[in-house]
Ligand binder design. Structure first.
Ligand code: SAM
Length: 221
C-alpha cells in the first residue's frame, strides 16, 4: 500500500467533519458561552505578554484575532487541522492583517515544527491533541516559543460536550478527546523545561470552568 493509499483509507479526523457555523453556534449558545469567553481570554493573553509574532494552535475561524493590533504585530500564525476553518479565517482577517496572517493546515503533534513566536496561544486544543503529545510538541518546539498560554476546560459536574441543539454534531469527537488535569499538565510541562508563569480560572454558565495556564521556557544556566 502506498502512502497516498494509506491516507485515502485512513479515517477522517472528526474535527474535519464539523461545519464551522455549527461549531460557532454551539459554542456561542447563551447556555454555553464559550465562544465569547474564549475571545475575551484571547484578548487577555495578547495583552499579558509583549509580542511581534504570535501563533495560535487550533485557530478555527480566528476567534479573537480581531483583537490583534496590526500596528504592533509582524506575524500571526494560525494552525488548524480543518482547512475549511482556515479558509473562513482567511476571509475574515486577510483585510485587516494582510500579509501578517499565515495560516497552516497541520495536525498538531510532536513531529510539527512551528515558526518562532513570542507568544503561542493554544485554547481548547490540548484536549484533542492529548496531554502527552502536546507536551512532546512543546518540548520539540521549545526554542521557537517565548510564552505558551493555553486554556483547558475543567468539566466539573458537566459533560465534555455542553448540551445545545447542535450537541450531536460533536459525538465523533469522543474518539479523540480526553479530560486534561491542569496540575498534571503543569507537572508534565515542568518536566519538558517550561516554568509555570500564571494560572487563572474562568467559570462558565454551564458549570464548566476554563483554566488558563501560561508557561515560559526555563532559561539555561
Ligand atoms: C474547541 S476548538 C478551539 C477554538 C479556538 N481556539 C477558540 O479559542 O475559539 C478546537 C480547534 O482545534 C482544532 N484541532 C483539533 N485537533 C487538532 C489537531 N490535532 N491539530 C490541529 N488542530 C486541531 C479543531 O479543528 C478546532 O478548530
Amino acid at each position: 500500500m502506498t502512502a497516498s493509499d494509506r491516507r485515502r483509507s485512513a479515517p477522517e479526523h472528526p474535527w474535519r467533519g464539523i461545519q464551522l457555523d455549527v461549531y460557532e453556534r454551539h459554542m456561542g449558545d447563551p447556555g454555553v458561552g464559550q465562544l465569547q469567553r474564549l475571545r475575551e481570554i484571547t484578548g487577555e493573553q495578547l495583552a499579558a505578554y509583549p509580542f511581534r509574532a504570535v501563533g495560535v494552535l487550533g485557530v478555527a475561524g480566528g476567534n479573537g484575532l480581531d483583537l490583534v493590533d496590526p500596528e504592533t504585530t509582524d506575524a500571526v500564525y494560525g494552525y488548524d487541522i480543518n482547512p475549511d476553518y482556515l479558509h473562513a479565517c482567511e476571509t475574515r482577517y486577510r483585510d485587516t492583517l494582510g500579509d501578517r496572517l499565515r495560516l497552516i493546515e497541520a495536525s498538531v503533534d510532536r513531529s510539527v515544527r512551528i515558526e518562532r513566536v513570542d507568544l503561542l496561544v493554544a485554547n481548547l486544543i490540548v484536549e484533542y491533541v492529548g496531554a502527552e503529545e502536546f507536551v512532546a510538541f512543546a518540548a520539540a518546539n521549545a526554542s521557537s516559543i517565548g510564552v505558551l498560554s493555553c486554556v483547558v476546560q475543567r468539566n466539573d459536574a458537566a459533560g465534555f460536550v455542553s448540551s445545545t441543539d447542535h450537541s450531536s454534531s460533536f459525538d465523533a469527537l469522543a474518539s479523540v478527546s480526553s479530560d486534561i488535569d491542569p496540575d498534571a499538565l503543569t507537572s508534565a510541562m515542568s518536566g519538558a523545561g517550561f516554568t509555570d508563569l500564571d494560572r487563572r480560572e474562568y467559570p462558565l454558565p454551564n458549570g464548566k470552568t476554563l483554566v488558563r495556564q501560561d508557561f515560559r521556557t526555563t532559561p539555561g544556566p
